[in-house]
Design a protein around this ligand. Structure first.
Ligand SMILES: [Zn+2]
Length: 129
């Protein structure tokens, strides 16, 4: 059987909130170019001031240190949210990291290697691109 070809079948783009890559869907046939969020959840939680703060803290930490330095995302989260609370904001911090990758600002590393920012599990390090 030959799969029916839709116009945008192989297109994908990063979500402006979670930074994960999402695929074209039929329901977006007419407005794919304007679609920015992968889900209702993400479009109702657009990055706000706090999210921008996480992004700039990540970049700030990386700039402060030497070019080859990597940081753990939790270092930025600790500063923004405080020692007692940062743990509950780790996913939000990882989302900020993914957005920065899509902006060309940083790489996400695992075991010293660059990885696909949209699908990783386990501990990661961040590095200035
Ligand atoms: Zn999303």
């Amino acid at each position: 059987m030959i799969p029916r070809l839709s116009k945008g079948m192989n297109l994908s783009k990063p979500c402006k909130t979670c930074g994960r890559e999402f695929k074209w869907r039929k329901k977006w046939e007419d407005n794919w170019d304007e679609v920015q969020y992968c889900s209702k959840q993400c479009s109702s939680r657009k990055p706000n001031k706090v999210d921008k703060q996480i992004e700039s803290k990540i970049l700030g930490l990386l700039v402060e240190r030497s070019a080859d330095t990597t940081i753990c995302p939790s270092e930025a989260a600790r500063i923004v949210f405080g020692e007692d609370h940062f743990n509950q904001y780790m996913e939000r911090t990882r989302q900020a990291a993914r957005r920065l990758v899509h902006q060309g600002e940083i790489f996400i590393l695992q075991k010293g290697k660059r990885i696909d920012p949209t699908q990783f599990k386990g501990p990661i390090r961040l590095k200035k691109s």
